[in-house]
Ligand binder design. Sequence first.
Ligand code: SF4
Length: 154
Amino acid sequence: MTERSSTSHNHQWYADGLRFTCTQCGNCCTGPAGYVWITDDDIAQMAKHFKLGQRTFVDRYARKLRGRWSLVEHKTEHGYDCIFLDRKSEPGKALCSIYGARPAQCRTWPFWPENLTTPQAWEDVKRQTPCPGMDSGQRVPVTQIRIMRDTTPE
Ligand code: SF4
């Protein structure tokens, strides 16, 4: 996955909402080696999901980089997959095996502040990931977009 960065944003251009429906292709959960940053709240939520202590959870599934925790990735024919990406349960799909307990970074995708700065930034990330769910399916109202944008971890 690609490392995220914070930028200022102009949200006027998406005042009418944006369409997004995940197709479960898994493209945002793989790619070049990178980081899936997780917060303390994410760790608590995922540890609870597995009925593990938080220390045990990070020992098994996370690595510490520059003072922050990131989920472990593993190399596959597709790239560096998130440790929780499940390519086996449904043929042709790449599912998050902890969907209900997934980290905030994943829950707020693709409505990250840097993706919303301009229409061009949105187009760029849609092409680069690539994410077929962007500009497709359900229209997400601006009120929800703003909540996700503003709760995306740094
Ligand atoms: S790249 Fe987009 S469509 Fe594919 S799994 Fe990620 S969010 Fe869903």
